[in-house]
Design a protein around this ligand. Structure first.
Ligand code: ATP
Length: 226
């Protein structure tokens, strides 16, 4: 059994909510963008900040810099003012720990509440994240459905038993500690598959936006398999 978080939800402070969507975005794809737009449509969030994580050199895709991952995010969200780039983790020289980043963002946005957004694959692993309890102390969590990850892990089910909310409007009713599983359309796209396709493919893979594809071609990215 997983340790039960002793957290109790704090009273609503009537603060606007900012969504934080963390990821490697290597590269950003339509699955990411469509999920973020869907979250914004279904949930009372002021805006959503896409936060590319720091990648240590041994985990980074050869030839693709942190700045290039961020440039691609910027291009992908250019037509969606409700989505913004968050560069907090990008140029750090240590692993990105979401709990620490959220605490920093809380200080940066004291007049807002935070909701951290993740896909079901990430949520299934959530109780293995560094200081995951602290994440629930400073934010709500919104989980997007993802194809092939329809089964929720036992540990995450146990967490839902004490933290799940079923209505998006409840995100405004407490300071943190709630988990919402979104009922969103599924997008069968993954960055791993895209990177594999990009090694040899000369036409734009369906899961990539045109602007991101143009950037990848211009900078000759993802030509070596990782
Ligand atoms: P990789 O295949 O390399 O693991 P990825 O496609 O999962 O990459 P990430 O940048 O690691 O992309 O994902 C960032 C966040 O977006 C994670 O929380 C992940 O669960 C979520 N996510 C990514 N793709 C999808 C998708 N197609 N549908 C729903 N959520 C997604």
């Amino acid at each position: 059994m997983i340790p039960t978080d002793q957290h109790t939800t704090q009273p609503a402070a009537d603060k606007p909510v900012i969504g934080i969507f963390g990821g490697t975005f290597d590269p950003i794809h339509l699955g990411h963008v469509q999920c973020a737009l869907q979250v914004h449509q279904q949930c009372p969030l002021e805006h959503i900040r896409l936060m590319p994580c720091h990648l240590p050199p041994h985990r980074a895709t050869p030839g693709v810099s942190a700045q290039q991952r961020a440039d691609m995010v910027q291009l992908a969200i250019a037509n969606h003012p409700q989505l913004q780039l968050e560069t907090l983790e990008l140029h750090q020289h240590r692993p990105s720990y979401t709990a620490i980043s959220l605490q920093q963002l809380q200080q940066q946005y004291p007049k807002h509440k935070l909701a951290f957004i993740m896909g079901m694959d990430a949520f299934n692993n959530f109780t293995h994240w560094h200081r995951w309890q602290d994440i629930l102390h400073c934010a709500d969590v919104i989980v997007c459905q993802r194809p092939q990850y329809t089964k929720i892990s036992d540990a995450s089910l146990a967490l839902l038993a004490s933290h799940q909310i079923t209505k998006a409007s409840q995100l405004q009713q407490s300071q943190s500690g709630q988990i919402l599983i979104l009922d969103n359309p599924l997008h069968p796209i993954s960055a791993t598959e895209l990177r594999q396709q990009l090694v040899s493919q000369r036409t734009r893979p369906a899961g990539l936006q045109q602007s991101v594809w143009n950037y990848i071609q211009q900078h000759q990215l993802y030509k070596n398999s990782d």
